[in-house]
Design a protein around this ligand. Sequence first.
Ligand SMILES: [Zn+2]
Ligand SMILES: [Zn+2]
Length: 450
Amino acid sequence: MKITAINTYDINFMQKRKKQAVNKNHTYKKQVIGALGVCFIGIGSIILYNKTNILNQKIMTENDKKFFNNILKSLKKNNIDAKIEDLKSIVAPDEFKKLIKKYKPEQFQVGMQISEAKAQNIPLEEFYKNAIDGNFRISLHTHSNFSDGNATVEEFLESARKYADKVAKLNKNDGLPPFTIALTDHDCIKGCQEIIKIIAQNPEKYKNLKFVSGCEFSVQNGLIHHDITGLALNPFDETLLKVLEDLANNRINTICEFLDKQPEFDGKKIKYNDLVKYEKEYNASHNKSKRCVENGSGIVAIRHAIKFYYKMTQQDVNHSIMNKLGDKDILSIKKVIKSIKNNGGYASLTHPVKSFWEYIGDDFLTNLKILGIDGIEVNHQYTPSKITKLGKNNNNISNADNLFKEITSQYKNFAEKNGLFLSGGTDSHKKQIFSRQPEITKEILEKIYN
Ligand SMILES: [Zn+2]
Ligand SMILES: [Zn+2]
């Protein structure tokens, strides 16, 4: 009995110890598992932070991840070894869709939009007030010298970067990136490739900037010519590159055919390469650097070439030939929208007021929507001369400003009713990103950058 009692005690004691040991072991295991868990969550968060926080603290979608990985592959082919984090300034399609909805109309504008008549006696500062105050936050329409702009991609990027840094210093705290800009050269995406290459190699320098790859396509839509802007494109995509390369070659062929038909000048035939050389010399002496003839880029390529031909041969421009040939090589609207969609980007109707000089009507826009457009550029920065032209074209110059507001709001209403995003931009063709007209001065530019 005694033994049994002792044994019972021993057994009880031992069982108690064992239980304690097991419990302790459990607690220990729990602590280890807990600590490991915290560790994993910690490491996971860091990885997630590095990979996704770069895009406004939001989780990157699979679609955007694919977009970035494709760009990384293309960069590698160009001997640039970059990581996904190095592309934090590049706006991917899904991010673009979210971002574009956040902007107010005035954030697309550098300042005033009024006719020439009204513009008289208004200080230049007013035209650039939003840019001077840092309230100009996004431009989804600009050109470089890959088409008919005068900025090299380096000049373009430096202007955008300086402005983005100025806005960042103002600490707006409104959840928007300091500054977002797209490059949308006419029928050309090669400038966007160059910009992504520059940013990927020095991402820290462009930390306040968001860049959207784009392209302004000239399209044939029935009997009407107008423009469609592609946004959030992958500019390295070979299918889209091929479409644009074929188009550029067609334009260069049209120029060559035109030249073949011309008589000799000074005892010799003028060739396409003579025009390219002339374009370079002419630009060098006029502080310009557009390369439309050289790149065959944009609907203006043929017009520029023909103008240069007549200049070289000291003749007046034959406008009927220029207009006839100028519109010869244009992509169909269906092909353009299909190319944009296959690339993964978004299609927007470009500056409708400037393209149609009226409200083109619900039917036309509904048709565009069926074809697949996603947005309308209702916040385009129209210059004073374009608003005057709108008045002239409607035989109502004195009412140009009201007409402009009325027609613009009709496009805006259609977009809002039909769930299309509202796009906009400066359509800059100068060495800086802010304007075409009225001519910006050094003093104003200083105020904008500082
Ligand atoms: Zn242009
Ligand atoms: Zn443009």
